[in-house]
Design a protein around this ligand. Structure first.
Ligand code: C2E
Ligand code: CA
Ligand code: CA
Length: 856
């Protein structure tokens, strides 16, 4: 401070004024009472006060109102408090200008002593511009620091120059740990390839900014998904000097996106649910390294582990199967009450009472479980986070779980739907038994297991006897009921290791694990007995029966396909041996099956080459001895096999589908023959052709018949079709329609082999038939057996009362003929007259015998 001796204030002012006027800085002189003595021109400009108005005023006039008091020397006697404060060091203070506006000034004080008076001199410069710049900077860095985003400023080589608060907060670093660090290795220690960085740098150098989503890591190693923007900053010479990196945490969206994408993708690829859950857990544990996840499914009120890749296996085993309920650990409780359960310390948590040691022994200290619910609110499972220290989930974990539980629900619901579909696809709807595909799959497994353990196994092919009849008499509901009962009885008679399935219609299969031939024999006896128990169907009680074919692994085959095929063959034998029986497969059966196959091929060929023939057997009207009709009977002479009887090849044709062609051929052939005879002048009133039930499955049959008749110039009354009662046992609804259409043409229908079938008489009334043919087995013995003759008499009555022509076939003697005539039979056929003859022989026979008969 300058101290000079001057005589008076005036002298001093005078002395200085010329000099002070020229100084660029503002100058104020004031006395001890803070009264302004002088101010220079520069100060006039700074304060806006003209000098005249200021002189003699208190210095406080220039201070903000709140400060004014402190310049009042009456309140602060002695030296001015404020001026003393200011004297300590140069200061920035605020100055109020004349127009009331504020500006910032920097003040330096000096004292001058003059005649015992202290004069103060304030040197003042206007620093408003600097202060404003500083304020802007303060606000800027405030904004920079307080923004939600993390911002980094780096030098041109990507070394941290300035991290904002948001960055330090998001990544968990201290300032000192950041400055000078190379950003790529700081935030993505393993992920960043030099190549990518080089590409980034090239772009930045060319003035382009970069936008990318990156997986980065916090200081603690936890991954963070960030949206990253990097802007390059150039100096005036175009040199890259800085980079501004803005990072926004998008973990939530990204985790959501990544998990959702991966899980949905897996679901679309039909990856098994457990595998999807496993993958999800592994992914989550990567994102949140301090947690261990588990996904449990709720099944029949129990927890089942779906995935828990990092939990100790022994612990998972303990959890698996525990019942859902209150106080059953976090998961059991969460599943029970349908709400999230947090056990921050398993050791003391009430929901873990009694079971806490199970978790604690494996170092699991906390568990947070969230129920996984279906869209209709059912608890499908639970998703749990285990921690190794007592703790609660943080917000990041909560966010994660929100996302995951949703996806788990989707996966589990989808699996439920798939299981439903699987049930539909693999189980028989009616009986609930495995269907053919599942049966095969399970049997294949059982067979391979039996192979490994050198055990035997039996396959039982079970076919109900006369199922069609039940279906027909009781309708489909009755048939369905029978099938359900049979399924139940089969299940009751088998053990948990055995397999029961339904193949189709009335065919069932039982696979008996570890069962040899003797066991299978006993077991099938038991099955037959159980199946034969009476059963109420509607008003009626029936006793179901079945035929069983048995094959045994490994003796009869080593694949399900072979075993089933052979059991089927054995079943076929059982049927033919009288039903309600079990038969074992034998290799002779295979032989006969192979013969059948050879025969089938031969028959196919014979039909194609026209090697079949029709023979004709006359039917005689007993009233007038005239010819009623001739029955066309198929004959097959095979060049190598010789004569094959119809009882062999007709059933074969039926089983193999050749019967359609055979029927058509017979119709053609018979009509052709009839037309030929007529052309030759032989009077044959009509021809009777045998058709099988299967022939009536073709809706075009009537049309075909009408075309054939037309082709040969015949009328409908020239043809009789012999059908058997089996036609009625047929489930095919087309059959009855076809019968009616054929009848509508005017073609007569004859009920063949009457008395051997099972159709009810009421059916007979519904059918448009005109003849009843007594089965030849009844004729055999009527002359000796009164019961047999009573039967033939009864059948004659039935026919008569239905106004049908009654025909007796298989008549071999005159005695039989006499009796049948007495009983009222209209027509007879049989060896007594002649066996079936080739067409020319028949013609000759008619010419030779009939006139005599007519006379006789
Ligand atoms: P079916 O329709 O009952 O034919 C009558 C069978 O009895 C014929 O046997 C015939 O030769 C035989 N027969 C005739 N009179 C006597 C007799 O006095 N005593 C004895 N014991 N038998 C007699 P066949 O020709 O062997 O035919 C057997 C079965 O084959 C026929 O029984 C019929 O169901 C079927 N069949 C024959 N030809 C055809 C055909 O073209 N189409 C169809 N679908 N089935 C046919
Ligand atoms: Ca016949
Ligand atoms: Ca017959």
């Amino acid at each position: 401070m300058h101290r000079q001796l001057l005589s008076s204030t005036e002298d001093m002012l005078h002395f200085f004024s010329a000099a002070l006027e020229r100084i660029g800085s503002g100058v104020i002189l004031f006395d001890e009472q803070n009264t302004i003595l002088y101010l220079n021109r520069a100060m006039e400009t700074i304060s806006g006060w003209p000098r005249e108005e200021m002189l003699g005023r208190n210095l406080g006039q220039l201070a903000p109102p709140s400060m004014r008091e402190r310049y009042d020397t009456r309140l602060y006697p002695g030296a001015s408090n404020r001026v003393q404060e200011l004297a300590l060091a140069p200061h920035d203070i605020q100055l109020v200008r004349k127009d009331g506006s504020h500006c910032w000034i920097s003040v330096t004080l000096s004292h001058v002593s003059s005649g015992g008076r202290d004069i103060h001199m304030a040197l003042i410069s206007d620093v408003t511009a600097r202060r404003q710049a500083q304020e802007r900077e303060r606000l800027l860095s405030l904004g920079f620091d307080e923004t939600q985003s993390a911002v980094l400023i780096t030098d041109a080589q990507a070394h941290v120059v300035y991290p904002n608060k948001g960055f330090r907060r998001l990544f968990g670093f201290l300032d000192s740990e950041l400055l000078g660090r190379y950003v790529p290795t700081l935030l993505a220690p393993d992920d960043h390839s030099g190549e990518q960085m080089a590409a980034y740098m090239t772009r930045l150098m060319s003035g382009q900014s970069i936008r990318a989503d990156e997986r980065l890591y916090r200081k603690d190693g936890q991954p963070l998904w960030c949206s990253v923007t990097i802007n390059p900053i150039f100096d005036d010479y175009g040199k890259l000097v800085n980079m501004v990196v803005v990072l926004t945490d998008i973990t939530r969206t990204k985790v959501h996106e990544v998990l959702q994408h991966r899980m949905l993708d897996a679901m679309v690829r039909e990856v098994p649910t457990a595998e999807i859950m496993q993958m999800m857990c592994e992914e989550v544990e990567k994102i949140a390294p301090q947690v261990t996840c588990s996904v449990l499914r709720v099944e029949d009120g129990r927890l089942r582990t779906l995935a828990a890749p990092s939990l100790p296996e022994a612990y998972s085993k303990l959890v698996d199967g525990t019942p859902v309920g209150p106080h059953s650990g976090s998961c059991g409780t969460a599943a029970h009450c349908g709400e999230t359960v947090v056990a921050r310390d398993i050791a003391s948590d009430p929901n873990w009472e009694g079971v806490s040691h199970l978790a604690l022994q494996y170092g699991l200290a906390a568990c947070w479980s969230t129920p996984i619910k279906s869209s209709d609110g059912r608890v499908l499972g639970t998703f749990a986070f285990y921690y190794r220290q007592p703790m609660e989930p943080d917000s990041f974990h909560r966010r994660l779980v929100e996302v995951i539980v949703h996806l788990c629900a989707l996966a589990l619901e989808r699996e439920e739907a798939r299981n439903r579909i699987r049930r539909l696809a693999f189980y028989d709807d009616l009986t609930g038994l495995p269907n053919r595909s599942l049966l095969h799959a399970r049997a294949d497994q059982a067979i391979s297991a039996a192979g490994h353990t050198h055990q035997s196994l039996a396959v039982l092919f079970i076919d109900l006897d006369r199922f069609k009849q039940v279906n027909d008499s009781f309708g489909h509901p009755g048939g369905d009921e029978l099938l359900r009962v049979v399924a139940r009885r089969l299940q009751e008679q088998t053990g948990p290791m055995d397999i029961v399935g339904r193949l189709s219609g009335d065919e069932f299969v039982v696979v008996l694990n570890g069962c040899d031939a003797q066991g299978a024999d006993e077991h099938s006896e038991r099955l037959l007995r159980a199946l034969g128990e009476p059963l109420q169907l509607g008003e009626m009680e029936i006793r179901p029966s079945a035929s069983i074919g048995i094959s045994v692994f490994p003796h009869d085959g080593t694949s399900m396909e072979t075993l089933l095929h052979r059991a089927d063959m054995a079943m076929y034998q059982a049927k033919h041996s009288g039903r309600n029986l079990a038969r074992f497969y034998s290799c002779e059966m295979d032989q006969s099956a192979q013969e059948r196959l050879a025969l089938e091929n031969a028959l196919r060929e014979a039909l194609a080459l026209g090697q079949l023939q029709l023979h004709y057997q006359p039917q005689i009207d007993l009233h007038d001895g005239r010819l009623h009709s001739v029955e066309a009977l198929a004959r097959w002479h095979h060049p190598r096999l010789g004569n094959v009887p119809p009882v062999r090849f007709i059933p074969l044709a039926e089983e193999t589908g050749l019967i359609g062609d055979l029927g058509q051929w017979a119709l053609h052939e018979a009509c052709h023959q009839l037309a030929d005879w007529r052309e030759d002048g032989l009077e044959v009133p009509s021809v009777s052709v045998n058709l099988s039930p299967t022939n009536f499955h073709s809706p075009a049959l009537a049309e075909m018949i009408s075309r054939i008749l037309h082709e040969h110039g015949l009328s409908a009354s020239d043809l009789i079709l012999e059908i058997t009662e089996d036609v009625l046992l047929d489930a095919d609804p087309v059959t009855l329609q076809t019968l009616r259409k054929v009848h509508a043409l005017g073609v007569r229908l004859s009920m063949d082999d009457f008395g051997t079938g099972y159709s009810s008489l009421s059916y007979l009334r519904q059918l448009p038939i005109s003849e009843l043919k007594l089965d030849r087995s009844f004729v055999n013995g009527i002359e000796r057996d009164s019961v047999a003759s009573a039967l033939t008499q009864a059948i004659a009555h039935i026919g008569q009362s239905l106004h049908l022509k009654v025909v007796a076939e298989g008549v071999e003697s005159s005695e039989q003929l006499r009796l049948l005539g007495e009983q009222g039979y209209h027509i007879a056929q049989g060896f007594h007259f002649t066996p079936a003859l080739p067409a020319p022989a028949l013609a000759q026979w008619v010419r030779e015998h009939l006139p005599a008969m007519v006379e006789g």
